[in-house]
Ligand binder design. Sequence first.
Ligand code: HEM
Length: 107
Amino acid sequence: DPGLVTMGEKLFRKCKACHQVGDGAKNRVGPVLTGIVGRPVGTVEGFRYSKPMAQAGEGGLIWDHKSLGAFLADPKSYMPKTKMSFSGLRKQEEIDAILAYLASTAE
Ligand code: HEM
């Protein structure tokens, strides 16, 4: 849905303080998010994750629509002690839009 992707691209402004996507993206406060949908959790090369996020990845967790939706709705409830300081997206439509945008960034 191109409308949802466009909405998600706008909403991604909330994430840009800490995350980059696309050509030339670098790890900053948070890891690069290009192609994150479908990837194992906590596995971006060169980024130092919190213990719970690294362990979730080692345990086999994948960032799919369900896990990423739950994390973005309320990061600290989904993963206590994550070092992502973000209050979360309250509206399901915003979550769907950001996920559509992130899925569109896959290389
Ligand atoms: C981790 C998405 C906002 C800082 C992550 C991860 C995702 C994500 C998917 C896991 C990446 C992986 O497994 O490699 C988003 C989205 C945001 C957002 C979509 C906006 C809606 C922010 C903001 C900050 C931030 C505003 C900084 C204030 C971090 C940090 C991590 C992280 C530090 C690593 C967490 C850890 O190791 O526990 N983010 N993020 N994020 N994010 Fe965000």
